[in-house]
Design a binder for this molecule. Structure first.
Ligand code: ZN
Length: 230
Protein backbone atom coordinates (compact mmCIF):
# COMPACT_ATOMS: atom_id res chain seq x y z
CA UNK A 1 0.00 0.00 0.00
CA UNK A 2 1.30 3.41 -0.95
CA UNK A 3 1.74 6.24 1.48
CA UNK A 4 -0.90 8.93 1.20
CA UNK A 5 -1.08 12.63 2.03
CA UNK A 6 -4.19 14.66 2.88
CA UNK A 7 -4.13 18.46 3.10
CA UNK A 8 -6.64 19.80 5.63
CA UNK A 9 -5.88 23.41 4.61
CA UNK A 10 -3.33 25.94 6.00
CA UNK A 11 -0.36 23.98 7.45
CA UNK A 12 -2.47 20.98 8.48
CA UNK A 13 -1.40 17.73 6.79
CA UNK A 14 -2.18 14.08 7.46
CA UNK A 15 0.39 11.49 6.37
CA UNK A 16 -1.08 8.01 6.08
CA UNK A 17 1.38 5.12 5.92
CA UNK A 18 0.45 1.40 5.87
CA UNK A 19 0.62 1.38 9.69
CA UNK A 20 0.43 4.98 10.93
CA UNK A 21 -1.66 8.15 10.65
CA UNK A 22 0.45 11.21 11.37
CA UNK A 23 -0.98 14.72 11.72
CA UNK A 24 1.16 17.85 11.45
CA UNK A 25 -0.18 21.18 12.78
CA UNK A 26 -3.75 19.88 13.24
CA UNK A 27 -5.82 23.07 13.04
CA UNK A 28 -9.39 22.03 12.21
CA UNK A 29 -11.88 24.09 14.24
CA UNK A 30 -11.43 27.74 13.23
CA UNK A 31 -9.56 26.82 10.04
CA UNK A 32 -11.63 28.32 7.19
CA UNK A 33 -10.15 25.80 4.70
CA UNK A 34 -10.70 22.60 6.71
CA UNK A 35 -13.30 20.18 5.34
CA UNK A 36 -13.05 17.83 8.29
CA UNK A 37 -13.79 18.23 12.00
CA UNK A 38 -11.09 17.14 14.41
CA UNK A 39 -13.66 14.88 16.08
CA UNK A 40 -14.18 13.02 12.76
CA UNK A 41 -10.66 11.58 13.00
CA UNK A 42 -10.70 8.15 14.61
CA UNK A 43 -7.23 6.72 13.99
CA UNK A 44 -4.42 9.12 14.86
CA UNK A 45 -1.07 7.71 15.99
CA UNK A 46 1.18 10.73 16.09
CA UNK A 47 0.61 14.50 16.16
CA UNK A 48 3.54 16.81 15.35
CA UNK A 49 3.37 20.51 16.22
CA UNK A 50 5.79 23.04 14.66
CA UNK A 51 5.01 25.89 17.08
CA UNK A 52 2.37 27.06 19.52
CA UNK A 53 0.51 29.69 17.47
CA UNK A 54 -3.19 28.82 17.48
CA UNK A 55 -3.31 28.08 13.74
CA UNK A 56 -0.62 25.38 14.19
CA UNK A 57 -1.14 23.92 17.67
CA UNK A 58 -4.81 23.83 16.70
CA UNK A 59 -6.64 20.92 18.35
CA UNK A 60 -3.45 18.90 18.99
CA UNK A 61 -4.11 18.54 22.72
CA UNK A 62 -7.75 17.46 22.32
CA UNK A 63 -6.88 15.01 19.54
CA UNK A 64 -4.10 13.37 21.57
CA UNK A 65 -6.36 13.06 24.63
CA UNK A 66 -9.29 11.64 22.65
CA UNK A 67 -7.44 9.22 20.34
CA UNK A 68 -4.44 8.31 22.51
CA UNK A 69 -2.08 9.61 19.82
CA UNK A 70 1.50 10.47 20.72
CA UNK A 71 2.66 14.09 20.54
CA UNK A 72 5.94 15.30 19.03
CA UNK A 73 7.03 18.85 19.82
CA UNK A 74 9.90 20.97 21.11
CA UNK A 75 10.37 20.57 24.89
CA UNK A 76 8.67 23.83 25.91
CA UNK A 77 5.57 23.14 23.81
CA UNK A 78 5.54 19.53 25.04
CA UNK A 79 5.68 20.81 28.64
CA UNK A 80 2.65 23.02 27.97
CA UNK A 81 0.73 20.10 26.46
CA UNK A 82 1.58 17.88 29.46
CA UNK A 83 0.32 20.67 31.77
CA UNK A 84 -2.90 20.64 29.71
CA UNK A 85 -3.39 16.95 30.44
CA UNK A 86 -1.51 14.86 27.84
CA UNK A 87 0.17 12.04 29.73
CA UNK A 88 3.95 12.05 29.60
CA UNK A 89 4.12 8.51 28.22
CA UNK A 90 2.26 9.82 25.15
CA UNK A 91 4.91 12.47 24.45
CA UNK A 92 7.80 11.52 22.16
CA UNK A 93 10.92 11.14 24.30
CA UNK A 94 8.79 11.80 27.43
CA UNK A 95 9.66 15.49 27.50
CA UNK A 96 9.75 16.31 23.78
CA UNK A 97 12.92 16.87 21.75
CA UNK A 98 14.79 19.77 20.20
CA UNK A 99 16.36 21.23 17.06
CA UNK A 100 18.77 18.81 15.36
CA UNK A 101 17.36 15.83 17.22
CA UNK A 102 15.79 12.72 15.72
CA UNK A 103 13.31 10.43 17.43
CA UNK A 104 11.96 7.19 16.05
CA UNK A 105 8.31 6.21 16.33
CA UNK A 106 7.27 2.80 14.94
CA UNK A 107 9.96 2.84 12.20
CA UNK A 108 9.23 6.47 11.23
CA UNK A 109 12.08 8.91 11.91
CA UNK A 110 11.25 12.48 12.87
CA UNK A 111 14.01 15.07 12.83
CA UNK A 112 13.38 18.52 14.25
CA UNK A 113 14.94 21.37 12.26
CA UNK A 114 14.93 25.11 12.76
CA UNK A 115 12.51 27.64 11.33
CA UNK A 116 12.66 31.44 11.41
CA UNK A 117 9.42 32.73 12.89
CA UNK A 118 8.09 33.66 16.35
CA UNK A 119 6.18 31.77 19.03
CA UNK A 120 5.19 31.87 22.70
CA UNK A 121 7.13 28.84 23.95
CA UNK A 122 10.51 27.45 22.89
CA UNK A 123 11.33 28.02 19.22
CA UNK A 124 9.41 27.46 16.03
CA UNK A 125 10.57 24.40 14.11
CA UNK A 126 10.10 22.30 11.01
CA UNK A 127 10.19 18.50 10.68
CA UNK A 128 11.93 16.03 8.37
CA UNK A 129 9.77 12.90 8.46
CA UNK A 130 11.28 9.73 7.00
CA UNK A 131 8.65 7.07 6.47
CA UNK A 132 9.04 3.28 6.68
CA UNK A 133 9.94 3.04 2.97
CA UNK A 134 12.46 5.93 3.27
CA UNK A 135 10.13 8.41 1.54
CA UNK A 136 11.21 11.72 3.09
CA UNK A 137 8.91 14.69 3.73
CA UNK A 138 10.01 18.13 4.93
CA UNK A 139 7.30 20.22 6.65
CA UNK A 140 8.82 23.68 7.01
CA UNK A 141 6.34 25.03 9.57
CA UNK A 142 6.05 28.81 9.45
CA UNK A 143 9.34 30.30 8.28
CA UNK A 144 11.09 32.83 6.13
CA UNK A 145 13.71 31.51 3.74
CA UNK A 146 17.11 30.66 5.24
CA UNK A 147 20.30 29.71 3.40
CA UNK A 148 20.90 26.59 5.51
CA UNK A 149 17.97 24.97 3.72
CA UNK A 150 20.85 23.98 1.43
CA UNK A 151 22.31 21.98 4.33
CA UNK A 152 18.99 20.17 4.79
CA UNK A 153 19.13 19.35 1.07
CA UNK A 154 22.63 17.88 1.52
CA UNK A 155 21.67 15.85 4.59
CA UNK A 156 18.32 14.47 3.43
CA UNK A 157 17.00 13.19 0.12
CA UNK A 158 13.78 15.22 0.28
CA UNK A 159 11.08 13.58 -1.82
CA UNK A 160 8.43 16.13 -0.87
CA UNK A 161 8.63 19.60 0.65
CA UNK A 162 5.56 21.20 2.25
CA UNK A 163 6.38 24.92 2.09
CA UNK A 164 4.50 28.05 3.11
CA UNK A 165 4.05 30.50 0.23
CA UNK A 166 1.43 32.89 1.65
CA UNK A 167 3.68 35.81 2.58
CA UNK A 168 3.01 38.29 5.44
CA UNK A 169 3.75 35.68 8.17
CA UNK A 170 6.00 33.33 6.17
CA UNK A 171 7.90 32.91 2.90
CA UNK A 172 6.26 34.42 -0.16
CA UNK A 173 6.15 32.64 -3.56
CA UNK A 174 9.63 33.76 -4.70
CA UNK A 175 11.28 32.81 -1.42
CA UNK A 176 9.55 29.44 -1.42
CA UNK A 177 10.62 28.77 -5.02
CA UNK A 178 14.26 29.55 -4.22
CA UNK A 179 13.88 27.35 -1.13
CA UNK A 180 13.09 24.43 -3.48
CA UNK A 181 16.41 24.99 -5.24
CA UNK A 182 18.27 25.02 -1.90
CA UNK A 183 16.44 21.93 -0.63
CA UNK A 184 16.79 20.03 -3.94
CA UNK A 185 13.35 18.60 -3.24
CA UNK A 186 11.80 16.34 -5.87
CA UNK A 187 8.24 17.56 -5.28
CA UNK A 188 6.65 20.52 -3.56
CA UNK A 189 3.17 21.13 -2.17
CA UNK A 190 2.62 24.79 -1.27
CA UNK A 191 0.75 25.52 1.98
CA UNK A 192 -0.24 28.44 4.23
CA UNK A 193 -2.01 30.21 1.34
CA UNK A 194 -5.67 30.97 0.68
CA UNK A 195 -6.71 30.52 4.33
CA UNK A 196 -6.42 34.15 5.54
CA UNK A 197 -7.47 37.18 3.45
CA UNK A 198 -3.96 38.69 3.59
CA UNK A 199 -2.24 35.57 2.23
CA UNK A 200 -1.61 34.62 -1.42
CA UNK A 201 -4.95 33.68 -2.96
CA UNK A 202 -3.66 31.05 -5.42
CA UNK A 203 -0.45 29.34 -6.51
CA UNK A 204 0.12 31.14 -9.84
CA UNK A 205 2.98 33.37 -8.63
CA UNK A 206 4.60 30.37 -6.95
CA UNK A 207 4.41 28.26 -10.11
CA UNK A 208 5.98 31.09 -12.14
CA UNK A 209 8.77 31.56 -9.57
CA UNK A 210 9.37 27.82 -9.49
CA UNK A 211 10.04 27.90 -13.25
CA UNK A 212 12.55 30.68 -12.64
CA UNK A 213 14.39 29.19 -9.66
CA UNK A 214 13.79 25.43 -9.46
CA UNK A 215 12.31 24.03 -12.66
CA UNK A 216 13.55 20.56 -11.62
CA UNK A 217 11.12 20.46 -8.69
CA UNK A 218 7.73 18.96 -9.53
CA UNK A 219 4.84 21.19 -8.47
CA UNK A 220 1.85 19.42 -6.89
CA UNK A 221 -1.29 21.49 -6.45
CA UNK A 222 -3.55 20.29 -3.67
CA UNK A 223 -6.89 21.66 -2.58
CA UNK A 224 -8.08 21.45 1.05
CA UNK A 225 -9.58 18.05 1.81
CA UNK A 226 -7.77 16.36 -1.08
CA UNK A 227 -5.74 13.15 -0.66
CA UNK A 228 -2.90 12.13 -2.97
CA UNK A 229 -0.73 9.02 -3.24
CA UNK A 230 2.93 9.56 -2.47
ZN1 ZN B 1 2.93 31.05 13.30
Amino acid sequence: MANKLTWHGHANFEIITPSLNILIDPWFEGNPSAKTKSTDLSKVDLVLVTHDHGDHLGQAIEICKRTGAHLGAIVEVAKHCIAQGISQDRVLNGIGFNIGGTVEFNSVKITMVHAFHSCERGFPVGFIVTLENDYTIYHAGDTGIFSSMEVLGQLYKIDLALLPIGGVFTMDPRQAALACKLLKCKNVVPMHWGSFPVLEKDTKSFQAALQEFASGTNFIEMSPGQTIDL
